[in-house]
Design a protein around this ligand. Structure first.
Ligand code: ZN
Ligand code: ZN
Length: 377
């Protein structure tokens, strides 16, 4: 069972937070002529009413929100839920919610088609129908992802603190980065220090990838020992009071060769160009293009094998995607990563990543760990 940690609980939510979020969601539902939405993705339930359990169903109606949980979560839901009536169900959530929909004669309802299995959906529908025709079901699409993309100042501050924690833990571990140390020991040290500094958990398994292993963009930390004359990639992020940060730094052990210097400086220039270019309203694909153009100009375009970034918030990967051709505009208040990289088989890789707030008055880097010096002498 996942319980909210004491430290996270210390950070009080503003009283109006969840009311405002539900009001914004209702406005959006109005536009697509829906008055009910069945919310089944746990992080969205948390976003809308503060309940942090891993099982529950939230039904948002025109005036009320109802949260169904099974007996494992009743006490937790009563304590955490803000503005949603908690209903305990011992017969299965889909049956209970379906029966409620039938009795209330709900005519039309949206559901989160990407976060509901076919079997679960069939159970809700079956129950809601009874002997009648039941409500008309509409796939609501990424309506909540779009809402969550825009962070209010309170949320931006949560991510700023998660980013500051991530950066400071990295700085503290830097003196331990030297030849002979195993990747997994550095990863363990980083994660331990994140928790000691107040993080709930790492946002993902910390990556430490040295030498040739750095050519795998998603290498996990292994037992490999760092060697002089190699590049090492560190990709880490903390979750602090529910909000994540995501940061990557690359270091060279020793005096960099021309080859290492060319790779590093190209990626650094690509990353700067994309970060500096971020502004409200720009298409996510344009940010990707800014980074990609710099690498292509340096003859490294083919070695940049992933997209430039992603949104960060309650989840470490959320909307938008900073990828080729993405036309979605990024409004003020979006928080995204900018993380170009190059990967050379048999040699190694360079990736530099920051979490950045797209503010009205320009981009703000939320993971303020130094990028220089990037090598040890
Ligand atoms: Zn990362
Ligand atoms: Zn990332």
């Amino acid at each position: 069972m996942h319980m909210i940690s004491d430290r996270a609980a210390d950070i009080a939510f503003p009283d109006s937070l969840f009311d405002e979020r539900r009001a914004r969601l209702r406005e959006r539902l109005d536009r697509i002529k829906l008055s009910y939405l069945l919310v089944t993705k746990p992080v969205d339930i948390f976003y809308l009413c503060g309940f942090k359990g891993s099982a529950g169903v939230l039904l948002l109606g025109p005036r009320q929100a109802r949260l169904w949980v099974d007996p494992r979560y009743t006490l937790q839901a009563r304590e955490q839920s803000r503005g949603a009536a908690v209903i305990e169900s011992r017969e299965g959530l889909s049956k209970a919610v379906g029966t409620w929909l039938r009795r209330a004669r709900v005519a039309a309802i949206g559901h989160q088609e990407a976060h509901l299995t076919c079997a679960e959906f069939a159970r809700f529908r079956e129950r809601a129908r009874g002997r009648g025709s039941g409500p008309r079901w509409t796939a609501a699409g990424p309506i909540l992802d779009e809402l969550r993309m825009i962070k209010d100042p309170w949320e931006a501050e949560r991510i700023r603190r998660a980013g500051a924690l991530t950066a400071s833990v990295f700085r503290d571990v830097l003196p331990m980065v030297k030849p002979g140390v195993a990747e997994c020991d550095l990863a363990a040290e980083l994660e331990y220090r994140m928790k000691r500094a107040g993080a709930e958990s790492p946002a993902f398994e910390t990556i430490v990838a040295s030498g040739p292993r750095g050519a795998w963009p998603h290498a996990r930390a292994s037992g490999r020992r760092l060697q002089g004359g190699e590049l090492v990639i560190f990709d880490l992020g903390a979750i602090l009071a529910n909000y994540a940060a995501d940061m990557t730094r690359t270091l060279y052990l020793g005096t960099p060769t021309r080859r290492a210097r060319r790779l590093y400086e190209s990626v650094a220039a690509a990353q700067r160009a994309a970060v500096d270019g971020l502004h409200p309203g720009m298409q996510a694909g344009q940010a990707d293009q800014l980074a990609r153009d710099v690498l292509t100009k340096n003859g490294l375009g083919d070695f940049f094998t992933h997209s430039t970034g992603h949104g960060v918030g309650l989840e470490v990967h959320e909307r938008p995607r900073l990828a080729r051709g993405e036309q979605a505009p990024m409004p003020a208040g979006s928080v995204v990563t900018v993380e170009p990289g190059v990967y050379v088989e048999g040699y190694g890789g360079v990736r530099i990543e920051d979490t950045v707030l797209i503010a009205g008055d320009g981009p703000e880097v939320l993971t303020p760990a130094d990028k220089d010096p990037w090598f040890t002498s």
